[in-house]
Design a protein around this ligand. Structure first.
Ligand code: PMP
Length: 430
């Protein structure tokens, strides 16, 4: 069967809103290290890792063997009504790493479910359906998480089970913060929160949910210290802080293990997904016992914390820590980020290179006006693929090229990918 047959069959049987990347969509059939091969036999260096999901690279022996050992027992699933050794072991590690005192961990299958659980816990604990969320955020595709997602493009429903008051702090091009000098941004964000609390809520608010770096939003982040400034105010009202670490967790940003740590404050609840499974469906929420234990009735998920995904999670986490991949993300991320910045410094079509560690975005704009240029971004994105590099694309205006390679990326691979990227950018803007 050719890839074209598969595309026709895909279009005939899957919903029309299931977007496929690339003018000529690709089917990946094998992977090794940081490289993947498609059904036509073309090999790519993968700088997107299935949307920042592949944290270790492809075909990691330690993970494969851990999953195979579990498969060989015949117990692929069990039930959370029975003891699951791998689940307990992983929960102990995640609780310790979370930085949250007296932490409990609840495992789910996806980031959406993790945020859904966190929102359920927070709203129940606080007995309020009012929440605070950030414009242009993305938290998932269940009803509550779409409700907390700060952009209609990514939240295609008018039904919202939550009452949401929106903070400005993620805005970039049109936003409040972008116009201010760096030094004043934390104060402005704190002021924004006070004002939103006073004018758009009855004061009786359950939580604030935020991504340390907005992922789908185009790798936009507020100034370091922002969460601490927010938390000071939230604590005055007993409002919980949820840090959505679905993209920023597990050392991805290089400087810290969690994105929230850049802010010098600990959230009440932390949600995780993507990188911990290295492709296996594994996610969850961590919170103080007093908060997580306050809810009964979410204690059962058929597949959350199942022996296969938690066997994978343990192997991934052990590998990540043993190889200090956070340090590698910082080191190789610097090579990639600095290289990119130097290469595009003169180009008036590049608005900004931003992000941290191995979470890097390049924003493309029209010269002069600085307006987003999605068409140019798409041309460069396609040129990268033709050159043998997979990247992501996104942002609020579709004008950000997103890079989130496996955290095992080597210096040589970073330079190889950088060369393809720079070629694609130069030919795109020419
Ligand atoms: N939160 C963030 C920050 C995300 O980036 C995503 C996925 N892109 C989600 C939540 C939802 O995760 P999932 O797709 O696993 O449901």
């Amino acid at each position: 069967m050719t890839a074209d047959d598969l595309l026709a069959r895909h279009r005939a049987v899957l919903p029309s809103w299931m977007t496929l990347y690339y003018a000529e969509p690709i089917e990946l059939v094998s992977g090794q290290g940081r490289r993947v091969t498609d059904a036509r036999g073309r090999t790519y260096l993968d700088f997107f890792g299935g949307v920042l999901t592949n944290s270790l690279g492809y075909d990691i022996a330690e993970v494969r063997e851990a999953v195979q050992r579990q498969l060989a027992t015949g117990i692929v699933h069990t039930s959370t009504l029975y003891l699951i050794r791998q689940q307990v072991e992983l929960a102990e590690k995640v609780a310790r790493l979370s930085g949250i005192p007296d932490a409990r961990v609840f495992f789910t299958n996806s980031g959406s479910e993790a945020n859904e659980a966190a929102l359920l816990v927070a709203t129940n604990h606080r007995r309020s359906h009012q929440i605070l969320a950030v414009r242009n955020s993305y938290h998932g595709r269940t009803y509550a998480t779409m409700g907390a997602t700060g952009n209609r493009t990514w939240s295609p429903t008018s039904i919202n089970p939550l009452q949401v008051a929106w903070l400005h702090s993620g805005d970039r091009l049109r936003g409040l913060l972008a116009r201010l000098p760096e030094a004043d941004r934390v104060d402005a964000a704190a002021e924004d929160l006070r004002e939103v609390l006073a004018t758009q809520t009855s004061g009786d608010v359950a939580c604030l949910i935020a991504e340390p770096i907005q992922g789908v939003g185009g790798f936009v982040h507020g100034p370091d210290g922002l969460f601490a400034a927010w938390k000071k105010i939230l604590d005055e009202h007993g409002i919980l802080l949820i840090s959505d670490e679905v993209q920023t967790g597990w050392g991805r940003t290089g400087e810290h293990f969690w994105g929230y740590q850049a802010h010098g404050v600990t959230p009440d609840l932390l949600t995780f997904a993507k990188g911990i499974g290295n492709g296996f469906a594994l996610a969850g929420v961590v919170g103080r016992a007093e908060v997580l234990d306050s809810v009964s009735g979410i204690s059962f998920s058929t597949f959350g914390g199942n022996p296969i995904s938690t066997a994978a999670g343990n192997a991934v986490l052990d590998y990540l820590l043993a190889h200090d991949l956070q340090a590698n993300a910082a080191r190789v991320g610097r090579i990639l980020g600095d290289g990119l910045r130097a290469a595009v410094a003169e180009l008036d079509r590049v608005g900004e290179v931003r992000g941290k560690g191995l979470m890097l975005g390049v924003e493309f704009v029209h010269p002069g006006t600085g307006a987003p240029d999605a068409a140019l971004t798409t041309r460069i994105f396609e040129a990268c693929r033709e050159g043998g590099l997979l990247t992501g694309k996104g942002g609020l205006y579709g004008n950000v090229l997103r890079m989130g390679p496996p955290l095992t990326l080597t210096e040589e691979e970073a330079r190889e990918g950088l060369a393809i990227l720079v070629d694609a950018i130069r030919s795109g803007v020419a």
